[in-house]
Ligand binder design. Sequence first.
Ligand code: FAD
Length: 378
Amino acid sequence: MMARQATCDAVVIGAGYCGLSAAIELARQGASVRVLDAGQWGGNASACNFGSVAVMPPALPATAHGEHDPAKRLQAALAPVRALREQIQAFGYDCAWTQPGHITLALDDAAAAALRQRGLEAQALLGTGVRWLDARQVGEQTRAQGVVGGLLNEHFALIEPARLLLALRNHAEALGVRVQYASPVLALEPGADTVDLVLAPGRISTARALIASEQAWSLSAAAAREPLVLYQTHLFESAPLTATALRLITQQPRVYGTASADKDYFRVHQGRLLFGSRLGLLPLDAEPQVVVSGLRSRLASYFPTLADVEVRQAWSGNLGFTPDGLPRTGRKGPVSWGGGYCGSGIATAVSCGRQLARLALADTTPMPSAGEGQAPRC
Ligand SMILES: Cc1cc2nc3c(=O)[nH]c(=O)nc-3n(C[C@H](O)[C@H](O)[C@H](O)COP(=O)(O)OP(=O)(O)OC[C@H]3O[C@@H](n4cnc5c(N)ncnc54)[C@H](O)[C@@H]3O)c2cc1C
């Protein structure tokens, strides 16, 4: 049999934060890189998410059974945010980074007690900027009903998701990476030194394939990878609201969310309401109108007068959860994969992409031209 010839050093599957970040790191190490994405530009979770860069560990579903070391999880949440901030500053990414403050809302006394404990742990690591608000103090910020208290965290950041994605894409392309849309990878056929990517139509042979999409983990060998549980989250943007409705939602430009894994979250964006929920953490492949009516019903529980708000756009997407809330990278021969952001994927996916690239490069095959300069296109 004729040996397969790799046409480039690495192919990354997925052009979200993870895939583009991996591509940047690979190209910086001198690799020739292609990124293939099944969808169109701007259609993925990295372009259409809520924009909240969390510095607290993500809440896990009650079914999560891994070990939970609070200090390790806090550090794991914080380090990627700091790294992302540095990357944004170092390369001048124009993604509208602000720190408006996030209030995690407690809807009953048990949630309030758990949240106060999380607040103390966060204070120990973050110092000032984290404080407990009682029901009256929360009421001065948002008129959301049923709230018994909340944890204000001024370290949380907000970005414009699509602008961060564009900045990463521009960065990757400036390093010679070729990003190609409408190119689903149907299967991987690993050989001894190379791996074939089966496309529709055609195939590409490469030295390394990096799976940078939680949805595409199934392309890797099932026996090698750890399980990832996928849940869905949903988000809508309203039509422009009246000044009265906007004041009801928030008195200041804050971001709000509940504490559980099945969380609701909202903020005002350019005079519109962005409202999201995980709607019961069901693996739900529901029709858009069912999603919107589920979101309206959650919204009405906080703001009854907004139950019939006009919805302009809605998005749904998967979130990959690991048992202990920490992301994972893995590798078997020429195939590597990363994911498991548990819903807090902005900073974590960028950081995971970098780690994924390093894992994929951790072999004996030397790169043709290691360094920071332009990598050859493939
Ligand atoms: C509605 C919503 C709101 C969210 N809000 C927040 C938030 O406020 N804060 C936060 O931190 N996180 C949030 N997230 C999560 C965050 O957006 C994701 O965790 C993050 O974008 C994941 O990045 P990624 O690169 O792994 O995935 P993606 O952005 O999903 O990119 C993966 C890409 O892989 C492609 N792909 C999949 N399969 C294949 C295949 N077989 N072949 C080729 N390409 C393939 C897809 O087309 C996709 O473009 C939200 C998610 C959603 C859906």
